[in-house]
Design a protein. Structure first.
Length: 500
């Protein structure tokens, strides 16, 4: 036999399309060629494969070796094809049998000694392999992540183990641990002194997955509050958790198994570029907004971000996804994140603060606040002012401040009401769902009409007001939106707009 055929998979966004690896060994001058739109790292696998085979005491054929990675139009990247190429050469030269190849999909980078090294995107690979009803042979370094799927896994540490397995099955299937230790937080809302209004806004934001902007002078606890938001967010369901782990898998950002079900919290620095935030590169990788998918994206010192970078958030804030197009490739990544922002009211930070004079001119304040465009502000549901905590409250804090567990219980109850009603958090309701779930009585409509004119709210802002009102009603366990719910919701709209 001079021909062998194996299965592996490439990486294309969150997908893992099937790749058929065909190996043909024939006579002639020594030559090793890899075809099939292979990038540099894939073409360099011939050097790793040759050394791995020879150092594992196999015979490397002296003739012509042709490897085809099909389909030819699909880009291939990384070292994941090393192991199947090596096995294909062994089968084509009759050093191992090939009759079991059709049952498996195989991936792994080879060291020069034959050791198997980890690869990226093992979870999307395992998910697709399971759907194809095949088994997956992979490096030990990736088995914990791949085990989040239901695929039958056969981890190995060396080329010799895999080659022996095809002669006489010897690899042991990996058994996923029955219980995963729950993630514990090191911060808690009980540590926040005062700031009742900001805590309430964060509770509403967590319950309905609403975007939130905190506006206040330095040292009032905006960052402290933001860091505690994850402690009250509902745990993700299995589908959401797998999607998040898959994004981190292809991003080469390994996530500990203990974080399973915990919503991501991303906090990029204000110097982050557009590519860092939305993703990109010659081989498009997810950015911060996709790494925050199903979780929170916290932008501290919001006006310090480049305005063009912030404008790239417009599309994903509305659609929940980001399209990245390059000359050789185009991918789509999910980006359904909850935006949490913090900023000062002016460059010096003390505009409107008692006993702390502001040194900024009105022109400087206006220029500072105008760094954030109106369309971006219009997409942020809740605007809350975070004021300095009075000295008597700070020096003698009252006992019995609510902890994250108590707030989280209310958040879960409100979120479950929304999910039972429409299957979506309130922030993601569409126009048709708004009509059914956010009806207002006549008294509330009459009260709201002049208020909309006074606050100059756009159609989008009005819809967001209804969604916030629905979340507040859910927290109050009310079947219908009442006037007090709309009044509270309106108090969280347009803080920045009123300052402009």
């Amino acid at each position: 036999m001079s021909f062998a055929q194996l299965y592996s998979r490439a990486r294309l966004g969150l997908d893992a399309p099937l790749v058929m690896i065909e190996v043909h060994v024939s006579g002639g001058l020594p030559h090793f060629d890899i075809a099939g739109l292979a990038e540099t790292a894939v073409k360099e696998s011939k050097h790793r494969v040759r050394s791995a085979l020879m150092n594992s005491q196999f015979e490397f054929p002296p003739g012509r070796i042709t490897v085809n990675l099909a389909p030819a139009e699909l880009p291939k990247e990384g070292g994941r094809f090393d192991l199947p190429i090596a096995l294909g050469i062994l089968a084509a030269t009759r050093q191992i049998p090939a009759h079991l190849f059709q049952e498996y999909e195989i991936a792994g980078e080879l060291g020069l000694s034959g050791d198997l090294r980890g690869m990226t995107a093992s979870l999307p690979f395992a998910l697709q392999t399971h759907r194809a009803q095949r088994k997956f042979i992979l490096p030990y370094a990736n088995v914990e992540e791949a085990a989040l799927s239901e695929c039958e896994l056969y981890p190995a540490q060396h080329l010799l183990e895999v080659s022996h397995h095809f002669c006489k099955p010897c690899l042991t299937p990996y058994l996923k641990p029955a219980n995963i230790e729950a993630h514990t937080y090191t911060v808690d809302f009980s540590e926040v002194i005062g700031q009742a209004q900001a805590k309430r806004a964060l509770e509403i934001a967590a319950s309905g997955a609403h975007h939130l902007l905190m506006l206040g002078p330095p040292g009032t606890g905006k960052t402290m509050l933001a860091e505690r938001l994850p402690t009250i967010l509902p745990v993700m369901n299995e589908e959401e958790a797998i999607e998040v782990m898959a994004i981190h898998s292809i991003s080469q950002k390994k996530t500990a198994i203990q974080h399973w079900g915990v919503r991501p919290f991303r906090n990029p620095h204000h110097t982050a570029s557009g590519v860092a935030l939305v993703g990109g590169g010659s081989d498009p990788k997810p950015g911060e907004i996709s790494l925050a998918h199903n979780g929170v994206l916290f932008l501290d010192e919001l006006p310090e971000f480049n305005r063009k970078v912030l404008e790239t958030l417009r599309e994903p804030l509305e659609s929940g996804k980001i399209n990245i197009a390059r000359a050789a490739n185009a991918v789509q990544y999910p980006a359904r994140f909850q935006l949490l922002c913090a900023m000062n009211p002016c460059p010096c930070g003390y505009l409107g603060v008692q006993n702390q004079p502001c040194r900024c001119t009105s022109e400087q304040v206006l220029r500072y606040q105008n760094r954030i465009s109106g369309p971006i502000l219009d997409r942020i549901d809740l605007h809350v002012k975070v004021s300095p905590t009075p000295a008597h409250v700070f020096l003698k804090p009252q006992a019995g401040s609510e902890n994250s567990a108590l707030i989280s219980a209310r958040v879960r109850k409100a979120r479950n009401l929304a999910l039972m009603r429409t299957g979506l958090p309130n922030a993601q309701l569409g126009s048709a769902q708004l009509k059914n779930c956010c009806k207002l009585d006549t008294q509330t409509e009459h009260w709201l009409e002049p208020a909309l004119t006074q606050f100059n709210l756009s159609n989008r802002a009005y819809h967001k007001l209804l969604k916030i009102s629905r979340t507040i009603a859910d927290l109050a366990d009310a079947a219908a939106i009442q006037l007090e719910h709309v009044q509270e919701a309106l108090a969280y709209r347009g803080e920045m707009g009123r300052k402009r």
